[in-house]
Design a protein around this ligand. Sequence first.
Ligand code: ZN
Length: 233
Amino acid sequence: MRITQHLLIPSADMTQMNGNQPDKCALKILLGHYWSPQGWVPDNKRTVALEDFEYAKSKGLMFDPLEISHSGVMSKLLSALRKAGPRLTADAFIASLSTRRLDWRSALGSYAVFRNVRDHEPMSEDGRSCDVCGLYLKRSVEDLNVLNFERFKWGGVRHTSPLYAMLDLELFLDSSVPKPSPSDIQIFRDLVRLFMSYVLSFIYVGIYWNKLQYASYPPVSALPMLNARFATA
Ligand SMILES: [Zn+2]
């Protein structure tokens, strides 16, 4: 991450937190660092003004590079998993449906992937990543900003990474996520209904496909008679 002259620093009256919403200017700094109307900003063009970076950092959206070991990630991840739990993350997922808060939606995936992980020593045959949890072992300094960018932009991408899950769940626990509203519940019910209609349509297609196979081909027991019929024709 390169630091340049600041471009996005907001005025003082724009710096107030809006309830459980992320600071808009800080979020703009984070998103603009990685994404442009043309897509990903190339590595060599990713620059951020020092003041902008400090501002986004003060709002909890950007971070200094993190030096962390395998045991450090595991310790933080296990602690976050214990605090988060299935109910809290599921509620956050449902609460994200009407609000479109993809950062809230992300927590359920991180929890689901690592809910059964246990503390362990790093084990690796190739020395690159841990065979148990998948954490890359050769990187000593981690860039958490790109992970947080993906969290806000797409609801997370690297859900199988313990580092992402650690960051995601820690930020989730630090945020104030409201209970699902009636409109969230209604959207969720509509989604379940839609999902069930897809499941039923696949079952119907399977039944018709199975029937079609029997309708198109003679039963195996009839093959000798057919052979005899064509042999004498
Ligand atoms: Zn591991």
